[in-house]
Design a protein around this ligand. Structure first.
Ligand SMILES: C[S@@+](CC[C@H](N)C(=O)[O-])C[C@H]1O[C@@H](n2cnc3c(N)ncnc32)[C@H](O)[C@@H]1O
Length: 274
């Protein structure tokens, strides 16, 4: 018998953790990631001063925000970046912006915003396209994520030089200033346009008063089972303005799910055209 097939004392607790993570956050952890997730959970237990995975599960079910952050980070890869998958930003600049009604507020939501690069990219590119004064007048950018530490990092808006490398030189110069330890901080005017909140995509109803013109839901759906993906997409549909847009990630195939969204391209969808 190999070492991997030996039962571990915390197997039962790990099984409960998988079930809670799926039920609460929709995230399915595939068996091939078990070893890495268990290692990461062991590290998290040491960091948080918890004796074992069973104690971690207890913290999870009472919504202890630190435990939730650690578990989410063990279960997902919160990889992101400025200008990641540029085709989505091209759709917004070239197809969405020309269809927006003049003088009406514009609301854009990054629904799994991680550390903020996605929504800041959009705010910077929109500033380049329509001008900062126009953004100040009527554009609102929201980034939400379940991981509160990621939300805190997004709010701080401080990034290393390497993270900025994906951006054109002009954009780097215009929208960042040097901070301490070789890092860069997002320009105050861009920062002021962006709001960040902790939000579980499974929350019902979603807590918004105004519908969004554009929703980005990229590189998160693939963590969810198909029924959950469908439910999340329908919930985003309800949160979107008539004729509003949804952008998904390049590896988030959603066409086969048969949702209310109307397909414009593999990454771009639209709410009813009525
Ligand atoms: C791979 S990152 C994607 C970041 C960004 N959208 C992009 O494409 O670069 C996935 C993010 O989804 C978040 N996430 C996972 N489950 C979530 C849930 N149930 N509700 C909200 N965010 C969730 C994770 O915390 C992580 O930051």
């Amino acid at each position: 018998m190999s070492l991997e097939t030996l039962a571990r004392p915390d197997d039962e607790a790990y099984g409960r953790l998988l079930a809670e993570v799926e039920r609460r956050y929709g995230i399915l952890i595939p068996p091939e990631r078990d070893a890495a997730v268990r290692q990461s959970l062991d590290d998290s237990c040491s960091t948080l001063g918890l004796s074992d995975v069973a104690t971690m599960v207890e913290r999870l079910v009472v919504n202890d925000v630190h435990a939730v952050d650690h578990v989410i980070r063990a279960a997902t890869v919160n990889h992101t970046g400025f200008l990641r998958e540029p085709a989505a930003f091209e759709v917004i600049l070239d197809e969405v912006i020309p269809t927006l009604e003049p003088h009406r507020d514009v609301r854009i939501w990054s629904a799994a915003a991680s550390t903020g690069e996605e929504i800041y990219t959009l705010a910077m590119l929109a500033a380049e396209r329509v001008g900062m004064d126009e953004l100040d007048r009527r554009w609102h950018f929201l980034g939400t994520d379940i991981d509160s530490e990621a939300v805190g990092a997004a709010e701080a808006g401080v990034y290393t030089q390497e993270r900025l490398d994906a951006l054109p030189e002009r954009v780097r110069r215009a929208y960042f200033r040097p901070a301490t330890r070789g890092q860069y901080v997002i320009h105050d005017r861009i920062r002021a346009l962006c709001t960040f909140r902790r939000l579980n995509l499974l929350a019902r109803p979603l807590p918004f008063r105004h519908p969004f013109d554009v929703v980005l839901c990229r590189n998160v759906l693939y963590y969810f089972a198909e029924a959950r993906q469908r439910a999340v997409l329908e919930s985003l549909y309800r949160a979107t303005a008539n004729r509003g847009w949804l952008l998904v990630g390049a590896s988030d195939a959603i066409e086969h799910l048969g949702t209310s969204w109307i397909r414009r391209s593999p990454i771009a969808y639209r709410r009813s055209m009525l």
